[in-house]
Design a protein around this ligand. Structure first.
Ligand code: FES
Length: 609
């Protein structure tokens, strides 16, 4: 069932030509090739904690022995931290305790000392108001957990949406050898004779239910079967997009991004990741040797070619910022113009992640983009991305399209500018109705999500299919936390008329599993006085994606009049983490990181007294 001919995905077997040597070997790469220096045990970072003969290190060793470990367990061995985002309230990570054990097995096989460290778990479904509020908190925790402990290398175990960028941002800042193990997507769901995709089919059938076309029994059946197994959403939502980006960046083993969470290969991937982490510790293969302007470009190429989540744009900018790389939103648009969408995966296409894996996965897709990739970028496997994908093969041309028959000739997302979004905004064209990509209509404005929720189904709402629904107070500060409200609901009276898409604009994000003609991430957001704050119901807005333009047809004089009457909203948090978030989070076009965390870490090590 799971394409055993895909040697590069068959963890535990020698995979010729696909970077598979590391699966069974140790230190297989020459130092010259990956620019790393093979260390001796005294050069390991953890040796500062365990090797010297002094009072403090006596305490470290004696307390490790308190836990039942002997000198043979940890002396002269790399300590590999397994940062695990498992939690009972993270619905997508229920298998990660077992995967952590499998990583440990791999670390022990390669002569390392594995230690599991639980870190904050950002479960998309149950965490409110939005996990995005806490992405930076997990990133800070990751950085500090790595810095303050005797860690020579880290395996970052995550998958549900924000856990991926958060773990990577922290590891990039800490700059300790790190490798990412994606949780993997869940299996495809079936209902009657339909294949159900996470998120996307929930929105679709919810619209039908609101239109009166789906009975209680059917709705209940969908609820019972749409979460098929452990793992992340199996559409090309944010989790799968970020896993693909991690692989394209060079931060995972080859083929890791698409491996379904519950197949045996995933367990073998976990062990292989643990083995490789030990080698990375000896080699000192830190993120600063992997993350570069070129590898970031590879990540953007992957995001466009898979028709990936718009959320990835914010996360890529934030990850690049941690590596000291200033990125403009416009880079996404430049890449978008060169890169077709080849991944025929929902919500922009037809298939699901399990199909993508069986069709060859990300590596196979990237072989069709050799001319726009930077193949010389180093990866955690110690070889280049080009070497890593060289032997990959597309098994199904309908799932991974050819350049001659793409899902879309250009990338899946576009960046728009105009007087409504001076710092830019985002639209996922591959998931929008093409007829609406050039559209002019009157705004129907909601001040906040609570007002929208109360009024959207009012039969007297002055809205037609040509209207443009506008939501403000939904950005990083306005909501706060930049929630995924951007796929604004279609008014019930239009649903009853058969309308299933219309132009919607907000300063919110939208779930990667969502779809529709939704203009997102409007920057600056309304809360800080961005133009969205001044739009009124009835104002004409013109969307022209071909020209990359979003224009608000209101005179400068009238805009000045409205601005004079605008008052800055009161701060929504006065204490704790929310207060820090409000003081330091950047706007969407800068990645929503904390301003004091941008740029490279100075590499300071803790004093050991
Ligand atoms: Fe966890 Fe979608 S809810 S990946």
């Amino acid at each position: 069932m799971f394409a055993p001919s895909l040697a590069h995905l068959s963890y535990g077997r020698m995979a010729e030509g696909c970077g598979g040597d590391f699966l069974i070997g140790r230190h297989f790469m020459s130092d010259a090739k990956n620019g790393s220096t093979q260390r001796d045990p005294q050069q390991l970072r953890s040796a500062r904690w365990t090797a010297p003969d002094d009072l403090r290190t006596f305490g470290h060793r004696s307390r490790l022995k308190q836990m039942g470990f002997a000198d043979e367990d940890f002396r002269d061995k790399p300590i590999v931290a397994i940062l695990n985002t498992w939690s009972d309230l993270n619905t997508c990570h229920s298998h990660l305790r077992q995967r952590a054990e499998e990583v440990k097995r791999g670390v022990l096989q390669s002569g390392g000392f594995p230690v599991e460290i639980p870190v904050m778990s950002l479960g998309e479904m149950l965490m409110k108001p939005t996990t995005m509020l806490y992405r930076n908190l997990l990133a800070m925790e990751t950085e500090e957990v790595l810095r303050c402990h005797p860690v020579d290398a880290a395996v970052l175990v995550g998958g549900c949406d924000k856990t991926v960028p958060a773990l990577l941002m922290g590891a990039i800042s800490a700059d300790i050898p790190s490798i990412f193990l994606p949780a993997g997507p869940m299996l495809k769901a079936r209902w009657k004779n339909e294949t159900l995709g996470s998120g996307s089919d929930v929105w679709k059938y919810w619209a039908e239910r609101r239109a009166g076309n789906l009975c209680d029994g059917d709705w209940n059946e969908i609820e019972n079967c749409i979460g098929r197994s452990a793992g992340t959403c199996m559409t090309m939502g944010t989790a799968s997009t970020m896993a693909c980006i991690a692989e394209a960046l060079g931060m995972t083993l080859p083929g890791a991004s698409c491996l379904p969470a519950v197949v045996a290969e995933h367990s073998r991937l976990a062990a292989a990741t643990g083995r490789r982490a030990v080698d990375m510790a000896w080699e000192g293969l830190a993120p600063s040797k992997i993350i570069s302007a070129k590898s970031i470009d590879n990540a953007i190429t992957a995001q466009q070619a898979i028709g990936g989540s718009t959320n990835a744009i914010v996360h890529i900018i934030a990850m690049a910022g941690r590596a000291g790389l200033a990125m403009s939103l416009d880079r996404f648009d430049e890449v978008s113009k060169q890169v077709p969408v080849l991944g025929n995966i929902r919500p922009g296409g037809e298939y699901l992640m399990e199909d993508f894996y069986n069709a060859g996965g990300l590596g196979a897709l990237l072989t069709r983009l050799n001319d726009v990739l930077h193949p010389d970028c180093l990866t955690v496997s110690g070889i280049t991305l080009g070497e890593q994908i060289a032997g990959c093969e597309v098994i199904d041309d309908d799932v991974i399209r050819t350049r001659e028959n793409p899902v879309s000739q250009t990338g899946g997302t576009c960046i728009l500018h105009g007087n409504l979004a001076p710092e830019g905004c985002v639209i996922k064209t591959v998931a929008a109705d093409p007829k609406l990509l050039q559209h002019k209509g009157p705004a129907v404005v909601f001040d906040n999500y609570a007002e929208l929720k109360d009024c959207i189904d009012d039969p007297d709402l002055p809205v037609t299919a040509d209207s443009i629904i506008v939501l403000r107070s939904a950005g990083p500060l306005g909501a706060p936390g930049f929630p995924e409200w951007g796929m604004l609901p279609i008014p019930k009276k239009l649903l009853d008329q058969g309308v299933r898409d219309m132009v919607r604009i907000s300063d919110a994000r939208m779930s990667g599993t969502s779809y529709g003609t939704c203009v997102l991430h409007v920057s600056p957001e309304s809360h800080v006085g961005g133009p969205l704050a001044l739009v009124q119901t009835g104002d004409e807005i013109v969307l022209d994606v071909e020209r990359r333009s979003i224009h608000w047809n209101v005179s400068l004089k009238e805009i000045a009049r409205r601005r004079a009457g605008w008052k800055e909203p009161e701060a929504k948090a006065s204490r704790g983490y929310l207060s820090m978030f409000a003081k330091h989070v950047t706007q969407a076009h800068r990645g929503c990181d904390f301003d004091f965390l941008e740029g490279r870490s100075p590499g300071e090590e803790p004093d050991i007294f």
